[in-house]
Design a protein around this ligand. Structure first.
Ligand SMILES: [Zn+2]
Ligand SMILES: [Zn+2]
Length: 294
């Protein structure tokens, strides 16, 4: 009897933890990170210092802060983690995967989002920012501009500015391994074409306010990408195996295996056999059947 009740109790203690940030887009004041459980209601918060002397990247500092909060909260591997997809959490995402935690990325709403925003607000009000001015309907741009203007108004407030240098992203985080869509790109290294629907590395940055994009064959990429969004799978045509990519279909497309329509938005297989492209339902491609070229 005792064993049974203990087991039940254990099942009931699986918690869902939400991880969210606030204030990252503002040039002043610390980023806030929160670890939140809705049921039972628990809120843990931490602040990224405005500057730091260690060689850590911002992602590493954030990862260290959140794992510290997890320890404090007693959050463990039995629990489930729902994490904001923001860049600031790349290091934490990787840490969760490397350590075998169950987790996923979600766009944050509800308690975690509110807790992060109000902690950021508390921080700026404590520094003297007018309390009646606050974020309205997620209009971060205008709100952060007001906060920055207030900080810039007086020299003694400049100490609230973030140190941008220590926050520079390590170059690896600007590279993502993913699948190319229907448009060919030129590889910035070898100048050859990166074929549509094949793996590629995308480099993203902003220079002088302009978006910069570069593309590479995975083998031509100058650095190992920090993030991997590439999904591949094997398919069979007339007994021949081909490896392809899995990405959402952009328009309604006929399946080369069953002839049916793959509706736009649904994940589909794209693979080449002898330079011919085959597209199919994920469930059809494993079937050994003649497929038509499209
Ligand atoms: Zn190349
Ligand atoms: Zn099909």
């Amino acid at each position: 009897m005792i064993v049974v009740s203990l087991r039940e109790e254990k099942n009931n203690t699986v918690k869902y933890w939400y991880v969210e940030d606030a204030g990252g887009g503002c040039r002043a004041f610390s980023e806030v990170v929160v670890l939140v459980c809705e049921q039972p209601r628990e809120i843990y918060t931490a602040r990224v210092p405005l500057t730091w002397k260690t060689k850590e990247s911002l992602e590493e500092v954030v990862c260290r802060l959140i794992t510290g909060l997890m320890k404090k909260a007693g959050a463990n591997k039995e629990d489930y983690y729902l994490v904001c997809p923001g860049n600031i959490f790349y290091g934490f995402h990787r840490w969760l995967s490397d350590n075998g935690y169950r987790w996923e990325q979600i766009k944050m709403e509800g308690l975690a989002h509110d807790a992060a925003e109000s902690e950021f607000q508390r921080q700026i009000v404590r520094a003297g920012f007018p309390p009646h001015i606050h974020l309205v309907e997620r209009n971060y741009r205008d709100f952060y501009r007001l906060v920055e203007d207030w900080v810039m108004q007086q020299p003694e407030r400049h100490r609230y500015l973030k140190d941008r240098e220590v926050r520079q992203k390590p170059v690896e985080t600007r590279y993502v391994l993913k699948s190319n869509y229907g448009r060919p790109h030129y590889c910035s290294a070898c100048r050859e074409t990166v074929k549509p629907f094949t793996p590629m590395v995308e480099y993203k940055a902003t220079r002088d306010g302009k978006r910069v994009r570069h593309y590479f064959h995975p083998s031509c990429s100058p650095v190992t990408p920090f993030k991997n969004k590439l999904v591949t799978m094997d398919a069979y045509i007339d007994g021949k195996q081909l490896t392809g990519v899995v990405i959402p279909c952009r328009t309604d497309t006929a399946c080369a295996w069953c002839g049916g329509i793959i509706p736009a938005g649904e994940a589909a297989f794209y693979g080449y056999l002898d330079d011919r492209l085959f597209t199919g339902h994920l469930l059809c491609t494993g079937v050994q059947k003649a497929a038509k070229e499209i």
